[in-house]
Design a protein around this ligand. Sequence first.
Ligand SMILES: [Zn+2]
Length: 382
Amino acid sequence: MKTKIVILIDALGFAIAERNGFAPSCLPAKARLRTVLGFSQAALASIFTGLTPDRHGLWMMYSFAERESPFAWLSLIPRSVSERRLWLRRLIRWKLAAVDSVRGYYSLYDVPREVFPYLDIPARGDIFAPRGAKGIPTVFDWFEENRVPSLVWDYRTEEALAFDELHEAVRGGKAAFYLLYTAALDSDLHRYGTEAPRIGEHLAWYRDRIERVAASARSVEEADILVFGDHGMCDVKSYVDIMRGVEALGLGIGRDYVPFYDSTMARFRIRSSRARNALGKLLSEQGGGRVMSPSEMAELGVAFPDGRFGDIVFLADPGVVIRPSFMGSEPIAGMHGYDPAEDRMYSIILSNLALPAPEMSICDVARLICPGIRSGSAGEAP
Ligand SMILES: [Zn+2]
Protein backbone atom coordinates (compact mmCIF):
# COMPACT_ATOMS: atom_id res chain seq x y z
CA MET A 1 0.00 0.00 0.00
CA LYS A 2 1.15 3.48 -0.83
CA THR A 3 1.88 5.59 2.24
CA LYS A 4 -1.05 7.74 3.33
CA ILE A 5 -0.82 10.98 5.28
CA VAL A 6 -4.10 12.36 6.63
CA ILE A 7 -4.23 15.77 8.30
CA LEU A 8 -7.61 16.58 9.83
CA ILE A 9 -7.99 20.19 10.93
CA ASP A 10 -11.16 20.65 12.99
CA ALA A 11 -13.33 23.53 11.62
CA LEU A 12 -11.28 24.03 8.45
CA GLY A 13 -14.18 25.69 6.63
CA PHE A 14 -14.28 26.05 2.85
CA ALA A 15 -15.10 29.76 3.04
CA ILE A 16 -12.41 30.37 5.68
CA ALA A 17 -9.78 28.53 3.62
CA GLU A 18 -10.69 30.37 0.43
CA ARG A 19 -10.79 33.81 2.05
CA ASN A 20 -7.31 33.28 3.47
CA GLY A 21 -5.83 31.73 0.32
CA PHE A 22 -5.12 28.45 2.10
CA ALA A 23 -3.65 26.33 -0.73
CA PRO A 24 -0.54 24.28 0.07
CA SER A 25 1.33 24.00 -3.24
CA CYS A 26 1.74 20.22 -2.85
CA LEU A 27 -2.05 19.66 -2.87
CA PRO A 28 -3.53 20.78 -6.21
CA ALA A 29 -6.90 18.93 -5.96
CA LYS A 30 -9.68 20.63 -4.03
CA ALA A 31 -13.36 19.95 -3.25
CA ARG A 32 -16.11 21.38 -1.08
CA LEU A 33 -16.88 18.98 1.76
CA ARG A 34 -20.42 18.83 3.13
CA THR A 35 -20.63 18.05 6.84
CA VAL A 36 -23.34 16.24 8.82
CA LEU A 37 -25.71 17.89 11.28
CA GLY A 38 -24.15 17.81 14.72
CA PHE A 39 -20.86 18.71 16.37
CA SER A 40 -17.35 17.31 15.99
CA GLN A 41 -18.18 13.91 17.50
CA ALA A 42 -20.83 13.26 14.82
CA ALA A 43 -18.57 14.57 12.05
CA LEU A 44 -15.48 12.60 13.15
CA ALA A 45 -17.50 9.37 13.46
CA SER A 46 -18.90 10.00 9.94
CA ILE A 47 -15.40 10.63 8.58
CA PHE A 48 -13.94 7.47 10.13
CA THR A 49 -16.90 5.12 9.40
CA GLY A 50 -18.18 6.61 6.14
CA LEU A 51 -21.71 6.63 7.57
CA THR A 52 -24.33 9.21 8.52
CA PRO A 53 -25.03 9.67 12.26
CA ASP A 54 -28.25 7.61 12.23
CA ARG A 55 -26.16 4.67 10.97
CA HIS A 56 -23.10 5.02 13.22
CA GLY A 57 -25.21 6.06 16.23
CA LEU A 58 -22.71 8.59 17.65
CA TRP A 59 -24.71 11.72 16.86
CA MET A 60 -24.41 13.75 20.06
CA MET A 61 -22.13 13.57 23.07
CA TYR A 62 -25.20 13.15 25.33
CA SER A 63 -28.25 11.05 24.54
CA PHE A 64 -31.28 10.45 26.71
CA ALA A 65 -30.84 7.23 28.70
CA GLU A 66 -32.81 4.25 27.40
CA ARG A 67 -32.21 2.02 30.39
CA GLU A 68 -30.04 2.64 33.44
CA SER A 69 -28.15 5.93 33.11
CA PRO A 70 -24.44 5.90 34.04
CA PHE A 71 -25.36 9.03 36.03
CA ALA A 72 -28.33 7.48 37.90
CA TRP A 73 -26.30 7.34 41.14
CA LEU A 74 -26.19 11.16 41.16
CA SER A 75 -29.77 11.23 42.41
CA LEU A 76 -28.43 9.71 45.68
CA ILE A 77 -26.18 12.74 46.32
CA PRO A 78 -27.93 15.44 48.40
CA ARG A 79 -29.50 18.16 46.27
CA SER A 80 -27.54 20.82 48.14
CA VAL A 81 -24.31 19.61 46.47
CA SER A 82 -23.68 21.64 43.30
CA GLU A 83 -22.59 19.89 40.08
CA ARG A 84 -19.77 22.44 39.99
CA ARG A 85 -18.10 21.00 43.10
CA LEU A 86 -14.71 19.70 42.08
CA TRP A 87 -14.88 16.47 44.10
CA LEU A 88 -18.25 15.63 42.56
CA ARG A 89 -16.95 16.24 39.03
CA ARG A 90 -13.93 14.04 39.80
CA LEU A 91 -16.21 11.31 41.11
CA ILE A 92 -18.37 11.48 37.97
CA ARG A 93 -15.25 11.19 35.79
CA TRP A 94 -13.84 8.31 37.84
CA LYS A 95 -17.13 6.41 37.64
CA LEU A 96 -17.41 6.90 33.84
CA ALA A 97 -13.85 5.68 33.28
CA ALA A 98 -13.69 2.83 35.83
CA VAL A 99 -17.25 1.49 35.79
CA ASP A 100 -18.71 2.51 32.43
CA SER A 101 -15.46 2.14 30.43
CA VAL A 102 -15.84 5.50 28.71
CA ARG A 103 -12.63 6.00 26.68
CA GLY A 104 -13.81 8.65 24.24
CA TYR A 105 -13.77 12.40 24.56
CA TYR A 106 -16.58 13.96 26.57
CA SER A 107 -17.06 17.01 28.76
CA LEU A 108 -19.35 17.52 31.74
CA TYR A 109 -19.91 21.13 30.65
CA ASP A 110 -22.60 22.82 32.75
CA VAL A 111 -25.14 20.01 32.63
CA PRO A 112 -27.34 20.45 35.73
CA ARG A 113 -27.51 17.83 38.48
CA GLU A 114 -31.23 17.24 38.00
CA VAL A 115 -30.80 16.37 34.32
CA PHE A 116 -27.75 14.06 34.53
CA PRO A 117 -29.66 10.96 35.82
CA TYR A 118 -31.67 10.91 32.57
CA LEU A 119 -28.63 11.06 30.25
CA ASP A 120 -26.24 8.63 28.68
CA ILE A 121 -22.92 8.92 26.81
CA PRO A 122 -23.25 6.87 23.60
CA ALA A 123 -19.59 7.23 22.55
CA ARG A 124 -17.84 4.87 24.97
CA GLY A 125 -14.87 4.04 22.75
CA ASP A 126 -11.96 6.13 21.54
CA ILE A 127 -12.91 7.13 17.97
CA PHE A 128 -9.20 7.58 17.08
CA ALA A 129 -8.39 3.94 17.88
CA PRO A 130 -9.55 0.52 16.63
CA ARG A 131 -12.96 -0.62 17.98
CA GLY A 132 -13.86 2.99 18.70
CA ALA A 133 -17.33 3.03 17.10
CA LYS A 134 -19.43 0.36 18.84
CA GLY A 135 -18.57 -2.50 16.52
CA ILE A 136 -18.90 -0.48 13.32
CA PRO A 137 -15.70 -0.66 11.28
CA THR A 138 -13.66 2.52 11.15
CA VAL A 139 -10.54 3.34 9.16
CA PHE A 140 -8.53 2.50 12.30
CA ASP A 141 -10.02 -1.01 12.40
CA TRP A 142 -9.20 -1.42 8.72
CA PHE A 143 -5.56 -0.46 9.18
CA GLU A 144 -5.24 -2.76 12.19
CA GLU A 145 -6.89 -5.74 10.41
CA ASN A 146 -4.62 -5.23 7.43
CA ARG A 147 -1.58 -4.88 9.68
CA VAL A 148 -0.67 -1.49 8.26
CA PRO A 149 1.81 0.24 10.58
CA SER A 150 -0.02 3.37 11.74
CA LEU A 151 0.78 6.46 13.76
CA VAL A 152 -1.99 8.71 15.08
CA TRP A 153 -1.91 12.09 16.84
CA ASP A 154 -5.22 13.28 18.26
CA TYR A 155 -6.50 16.07 20.53
CA ARG A 156 -4.27 14.79 23.35
CA THR A 157 -1.10 16.10 21.67
CA GLU A 158 -0.47 19.83 21.29
CA GLU A 159 -0.49 20.62 17.56
CA ALA A 160 3.02 22.06 17.11
CA LEU A 161 4.47 18.96 18.77
CA ALA A 162 2.20 16.70 16.70
CA PHE A 163 3.36 18.31 13.44
CA ASP A 164 7.02 18.02 14.54
CA GLU A 165 6.55 14.36 15.38
CA LEU A 166 4.66 13.69 12.13
CA HIS A 167 7.44 15.33 10.14
CA GLU A 168 10.12 13.25 11.88
CA ALA A 169 8.13 10.03 11.52
CA VAL A 170 7.47 10.55 7.80
CA ARG A 171 11.12 11.40 7.22
CA GLY A 172 12.16 8.21 8.98
CA GLY A 173 9.54 6.12 7.12
CA LYS A 174 8.17 4.95 10.48
CA ALA A 175 4.67 3.93 9.27
CA ALA A 176 2.50 3.52 6.18
CA PHE A 177 -0.51 5.40 7.56
CA TYR A 178 -0.26 8.67 9.45
CA LEU A 179 -3.17 10.64 10.86
CA LEU A 180 -2.88 13.98 12.61
CA TYR A 181 -6.00 15.57 14.11
CA THR A 182 -5.92 19.04 15.63
CA ALA A 183 -8.69 21.12 17.26
CA ALA A 184 -6.64 24.30 17.75
CA LEU A 185 -8.18 26.16 14.79
CA ASP A 186 -11.69 25.25 16.00
CA SER A 187 -10.84 26.69 19.38
CA ASP A 188 -9.51 29.96 17.84
CA LEU A 189 -12.60 30.30 15.65
CA HIS A 190 -14.93 29.84 18.63
CA ARG A 191 -13.04 32.49 20.58
CA TYR A 192 -12.16 35.08 17.97
CA GLY A 193 -14.53 34.52 15.02
CA THR A 194 -13.76 33.82 11.37
CA GLU A 195 -12.41 37.27 10.50
CA ALA A 196 -9.76 37.69 13.20
CA PRO A 197 -6.26 38.21 11.71
CA ARG A 198 -4.93 35.29 13.76
CA ILE A 199 -7.07 32.87 11.69
CA GLY A 200 -5.16 33.76 8.51
CA GLU A 201 -1.88 33.46 10.44
CA HIS A 202 -2.89 30.08 11.78
CA LEU A 203 -3.73 28.84 8.26
CA ALA A 204 -0.39 30.10 6.94
CA TRP A 205 1.32 28.16 9.72
CA TYR A 206 -0.60 24.99 8.73
CA ARG A 207 0.39 25.53 5.09
CA ASP A 208 4.10 25.70 6.03
CA ARG A 209 3.83 22.63 8.23
CA ILE A 210 1.98 20.64 5.57
CA GLU A 211 4.48 21.60 2.86
CA ARG A 212 7.33 20.54 5.13
CA VAL A 213 5.71 17.14 5.78
CA ALA A 214 5.00 16.71 2.04
CA ALA A 215 8.62 17.52 1.19
CA SER A 216 9.93 14.92 3.60
CA ALA A 217 7.42 12.37 2.24
CA ARG A 218 8.74 13.01 -1.28
CA SER A 219 12.32 12.53 -0.12
CA VAL A 220 11.49 9.05 1.26
CA GLU A 221 8.77 7.76 -1.05
CA GLU A 222 5.72 9.23 -2.68
CA ALA A 223 2.71 9.42 -0.36
CA ASP A 224 -0.99 10.16 -0.81
CA ILE A 225 -1.81 13.25 1.23
CA LEU A 226 -5.29 14.32 2.33
CA VAL A 227 -5.93 17.54 4.25
CA PHE A 228 -9.48 18.35 5.28
CA GLY A 229 -11.80 19.55 8.03
CA ASP A 230 -14.97 18.22 9.61
CA HIS A 231 -17.20 21.33 9.34
CA GLY A 232 -17.06 25.10 8.84
CA MET A 233 -17.87 27.96 11.21
CA CYS A 234 -20.38 30.83 11.47
CA ASP A 235 -19.75 34.10 13.24
CA VAL A 236 -22.26 34.48 16.07
CA LYS A 237 -24.74 37.29 15.44
CA SER A 238 -27.37 36.80 18.14
CA TYR A 239 -28.55 34.70 21.06
CA VAL A 240 -31.89 33.10 21.80
CA ASP A 241 -33.17 32.14 25.27
CA ILE A 242 -35.23 28.97 25.05
CA MET A 243 -34.80 27.80 28.64
CA ARG A 244 -36.77 30.64 30.20
CA GLY A 245 -39.88 29.97 28.12
CA VAL A 246 -39.65 26.23 28.70
CA GLU A 247 -39.24 26.62 32.47
CA ALA A 248 -42.23 28.98 32.59
CA LEU A 249 -44.44 26.15 31.29
CA GLY A 250 -44.29 24.61 34.78
CA LEU A 251 -43.45 21.11 33.51
CA GLY A 252 -41.48 18.71 35.71
CA ILE A 253 -38.04 17.52 34.61
CA GLY A 254 -38.15 13.71 34.67
CA ARG A 255 -41.92 13.54 35.12
CA ASP A 256 -42.97 15.45 31.99
CA TYR A 257 -39.84 15.91 29.95
CA VAL A 258 -36.04 15.99 29.95
CA PRO A 259 -34.27 18.90 28.22
CA PHE A 260 -30.80 19.13 26.72
CA TYR A 261 -29.65 22.57 25.59
CA ASP A 262 -26.70 22.40 23.18
CA SER A 263 -25.37 25.65 21.69
CA THR A 264 -27.37 25.32 18.47
CA MET A 265 -29.90 22.61 19.30
CA ALA A 266 -32.44 22.27 22.08
CA ARG A 267 -33.48 18.65 22.39
CA PHE A 268 -36.38 17.33 24.45
CA ARG A 269 -37.32 13.84 25.59
CA ILE A 270 -41.10 13.82 26.04
CA ARG A 271 -42.66 11.92 28.95
CA SER A 272 -46.23 13.28 29.10
CA SER A 273 -48.81 14.45 26.57
CA ARG A 274 -49.02 17.71 28.47
CA ALA A 275 -45.31 18.30 27.76
CA ARG A 276 -45.68 17.28 24.12
CA ASN A 277 -48.42 19.85 23.57
CA ALA A 278 -46.93 22.69 25.58
CA LEU A 279 -43.38 22.33 24.22
CA GLY A 280 -44.63 21.78 20.67
CA LYS A 281 -46.63 25.00 20.80
CA LEU A 282 -43.90 27.05 22.48
CA LEU A 283 -41.14 25.94 20.11
CA SER A 284 -43.23 26.33 16.96
CA GLU A 285 -43.66 30.00 17.88
CA GLN A 286 -40.01 30.48 18.90
CA GLY A 287 -37.87 32.73 16.66
CA GLY A 288 -34.20 32.18 15.85
CA GLY A 289 -34.62 28.62 14.57
CA ARG A 290 -37.11 25.86 13.86
CA VAL A 291 -38.37 22.50 15.07
CA MET A 292 -37.02 19.83 12.72
CA SER A 293 -39.55 17.55 11.04
CA PRO A 294 -38.99 13.76 11.01
CA SER A 295 -38.57 13.82 7.22
CA GLU A 296 -35.96 16.58 7.41
CA MET A 297 -34.06 14.61 10.05
CA ALA A 298 -34.18 11.49 7.87
CA GLU A 299 -32.86 13.44 4.88
CA LEU A 300 -30.00 14.77 7.00
CA GLY A 301 -29.13 11.28 8.24
CA VAL A 302 -30.02 12.03 11.88
CA ALA A 303 -33.34 10.16 12.20
CA PHE A 304 -33.62 8.33 15.53
CA PRO A 305 -37.30 7.29 15.74
CA ASP A 306 -36.78 5.91 19.27
CA GLY A 307 -36.16 9.48 20.45
CA ARG A 308 -32.83 8.68 22.11
CA PHE A 309 -31.47 12.07 21.07
CA GLY A 310 -34.78 13.86 21.55
CA ASP A 311 -38.43 13.54 20.50
CA ILE A 312 -38.44 17.24 19.64
CA VAL A 313 -35.30 18.90 18.23
CA PHE A 314 -35.14 22.67 17.79
CA LEU A 315 -32.31 23.80 15.49
CA ALA A 316 -31.03 27.39 15.66
CA ASP A 317 -30.59 29.45 12.48
CA PRO A 318 -26.98 29.97 11.30
CA GLY A 319 -25.28 32.58 13.51
CA VAL A 320 -27.79 32.19 16.36
CA VAL A 321 -26.63 30.60 19.62
CA ILE A 322 -28.92 29.19 22.31
CA ARG A 323 -28.05 30.87 25.62
CA PRO A 324 -28.25 29.91 28.38
CA SER A 325 -27.36 26.34 27.47
CA PHE A 326 -25.66 23.37 29.12
CA MET A 327 -22.51 24.30 27.17
CA GLY A 328 -21.61 27.20 29.48
CA SER A 329 -22.49 30.85 29.52
CA GLU A 330 -19.32 32.41 28.08
CA PRO A 331 -20.01 34.69 25.09
CA ILE A 332 -18.64 33.11 21.94
CA ALA A 333 -17.59 34.59 18.58
CA GLY A 334 -17.99 31.57 16.28
CA MET A 335 -20.18 28.46 16.29
CA HIS A 336 -20.97 25.41 14.17
CA GLY A 337 -23.67 22.75 14.45
CA TYR A 338 -26.08 24.39 11.99
CA ASP A 339 -27.89 23.04 8.92
CA PRO A 340 -25.20 21.40 6.72
CA ALA A 341 -26.78 23.05 3.66
CA GLU A 342 -25.63 26.43 5.00
CA ASP A 343 -22.71 27.66 2.89
CA ARG A 344 -20.51 28.50 5.90
CA MET A 345 -20.91 24.97 7.29
CA TYR A 346 -18.98 23.41 4.39
CA SER A 347 -15.47 22.18 4.98
CA ILE A 348 -12.74 21.70 2.38
CA ILE A 349 -10.64 18.76 1.24
CA LEU A 350 -7.26 19.16 -0.46
CA SER A 351 -5.09 16.41 -1.89
CA ASN A 352 -2.28 15.45 -4.22
CA LEU A 353 -4.66 12.72 -5.49
CA ALA A 354 -7.43 13.44 -7.96
CA LEU A 355 -10.69 13.85 -6.02
CA PRO A 356 -13.88 12.17 -7.31
CA ALA A 357 -16.09 15.30 -7.44
CA PRO A 358 -15.93 19.06 -6.79
CA GLU A 359 -18.44 18.57 -3.97
CA MET A 360 -18.22 15.62 -1.61
CA SER A 361 -19.63 14.55 1.75
CA ILE A 362 -17.51 13.84 4.81
CA CYS A 363 -19.04 10.34 4.56
CA ASP A 364 -17.04 9.84 1.32
CA VAL A 365 -13.67 10.40 3.00
CA ALA A 366 -13.33 6.95 4.66
CA ARG A 367 -13.20 5.33 1.21
CA LEU A 368 -10.49 7.76 0.10
CA ILE A 369 -8.44 6.93 3.20
CA CYS A 370 -8.87 3.18 2.80
CA PRO A 371 -10.63 2.03 -0.37
CA GLY A 372 -11.26 -1.42 1.13
CA ILE A 373 -13.31 -0.27 4.13
CA ARG A 374 -16.58 -2.21 4.62
CA SER A 375 -18.74 0.78 5.35
CA GLY A 376 -21.59 -0.82 3.38
CA SER A 377 -21.95 -3.38 6.18
CA ALA A 378 -23.31 -0.70 8.41
CA GLY A 379 -26.87 -1.37 7.34
CA GLU A 380 -27.02 -3.37 10.58
CA ALA A 381 -25.78 -0.45 12.65
CA PRO A 382 -27.57 0.22 15.97
ZN1 LIG B 1 -16.02 23.40 17.66
